[in-house]
Design a protein around this ligand. Structure first.
Ligand SMILES: [Zn+2]
Ligand SMILES: [Zn+2]
Length: 174
């Protein structure tokens, strides 16, 4: 699943050390996928990119609002989440320190499309729910327990065998 490319030519910004630039750029997002589950994201967003030039490299901040849709992890109903992507990267020119080398920067080019996609995936919560108190599915019949009459799910699973044993003992005592 190739993400549509959005490349920012950093050299073209001609920033001197200590300078910064704010850019609002359209970015196309491919569908987001986490743990085999697909989440629908808006086709395109306007990403706000802050570029600054501390000595010896670049520093970036990326922000955009994001609406994600997908199945609730408990009840599988469609759920939606309004959130905000806020991500930072640094890219030092000459360093062997992996922490200071951004995977999105190469030859003075910032791969904004790929970074936006990865940052969006990271904002998907590990518990993606239709609502915080989602009651999930009934373990017996598999129906959603949200807005369900609790008595409708008191399924008759037969008497607990332990009680039957107890009754037997009582009968023997008499
Ligand atoms: Zn749910
Ligand atoms: Zn049930």
């Amino acid at each position: 699943m190739a993400n549509p490319k959005t490349i920012v030519d950093l050299a073209g910004l001609s920033l001197s050390h200590g300078e910064g630039r704010r850019l609002d750029l359209p970015v196309r997002l491919a569908p987001l996928e986490l743990a085999g589950q697909k989440y629908v994201a808006p086709g395109s967003v306007t990403a706000r990119l802050d570029v600054s030039r501390p000595s010896g490299g670049y520093a970036f901040r990326l922000r955009f609002p994001l609406r994600i849709e997908g199945p609730c992890m408990r009840c599988l109903e469609n759920a939606a989440l309004e959130t905000e992507v806020d991500s930072r990267e640094v890219a030092q020119d000459d360093t062997d320190d992996e922490e200071l080398r951004s995977p999105y920067v190469e030859h003075e080019e910032l791969d904004l499309g790929r970074w936006s996609h990865d940052a969006a995936v990271l904002t998907i919560p590990t518990q993606f729910l239709c609502r915080p108190d989602c009651a999930g599915l009934c373990p017996v019949c598999g129906e959603s327990l949200n807005d369900a009459d609790p008595s409708a799910h008191e399924h008759d699973t037969g008497p607990d065998p332990r009680w039957a044993k107890l009754k037997e003992l009582k009968l023997e005592e008499q």
